[in-house]
Design a protein around this ligand. Sequence first.
Ligand code: FAD
Length: 321
Amino acid sequence: MAMKGARSLLGKALVLIEHNNAKVSPASLSAITAASKFGDITALVAGKGCAPVAEQASKIAGVKAVVQVDSAEYDHLLPENVSKLVEKLHGAEKFSHIVAAHTAFGKSVIPRVAAVSDCQPIPDVINVVDENTFVRPTYAGNALATVKSEIDPVKMLTIRPTSFDKAGDGGSAAVTNGEACGETGGTKWVSDEVDDSGKPDLSSARVVVGGGRGLKSGENFKLLFDLADKIPNCAVGATRAVVDAGFVPNELQVGQTGKVVAPDLYIAMGLSGAIQHLAGMKDSKVIACVNTDPDAPIFSVSDYGLEGDLFDALPKLKSLV
Ligand SMILES: Cc1cc2nc3c(=O)[nH]c(=O)nc-3n(C[C@H](O)[C@H](O)[C@H](O)COP(=O)(O)OP(=O)(O)OC[C@H]3O[C@@H](n4cnc5c(N)ncnc54)[C@H](O)[C@@H]3O)c2cc1C
């Protein structure tokens, strides 16, 4: 890489930055906070047309150096190409930790790099005890495993964004251009379907209204969207059951196989609280639910619960906010 010879200028930990060519993603800001526990950070900004992101990354507190690799093969951050780049950079620099957020991007890249480096990746870390010891949920969040990694010379982690604050400004790192290392040729970007509704992002919304099978149809989800529109920074989430039924698109799914959210308030409407759903929302600060079945498991994790019909409760709630 172009960085050879500049080793002492780089931080010990490498953070893989996710972005949309305009901004560092909020999840990567959490990854920076997690990585700051390992010392100085090098931020890798790969992409096509990613200079504004590199500039922003250089100003984040804790970032000591930014390696920008602006080249066509990193457009859309295809994991095959990015992981090859990370491998090369690590080969030259020997980082102590390589960290990404536990998002579709981080989950795709980190295990690939770990496999090539013959290391054990440690996914979905929620707490850093020390530089070798990490806490992660297991069994859909029903147990916490504290794992110690002593043999691997580099720790490769994905971190749960909701468990770490977002890093703020305050850095003044130099941006260096790194060399691209070519297409792997294995995959190609075909097309993008992006939600451009302008609605708040589910993973970082302050309030989430989650709907389940109790809503009965996709049309009835309009009731939840109308409520969400009245609450500042409020997003709509859903259970897998309603995603599978085609009521709402799958980027709304909260849970073990969907998104993990931890808003200030989660309002659960007509969802039973299956263990796989709870895995995605039970760290919310306050949970409120409405359900006709008093034995629904959602009541056992809720701070406030209303036993009743959501079709009665929703209009009343809407008129109150
Ligand atoms: C490997 C695996 C992974 C999974 N991953 C996920 C995941 O990521 N996320 C996820 O959500 N699920 C996931 N699931 C599915 C999960 O097990 C449940 O099937 C699902 O969460 C149930 O969705 P639900 O609560 O909407 O439906 P139900 O369990 O059918 O609950 C509907 C609830 O609505 C209530 N209700 C009905 N009518 C009304 C009304 N008028 N007013 C108020 N309440 C009403 C009922 O009392 C009931 O409690 C996964 C399952 C597996 C096996």
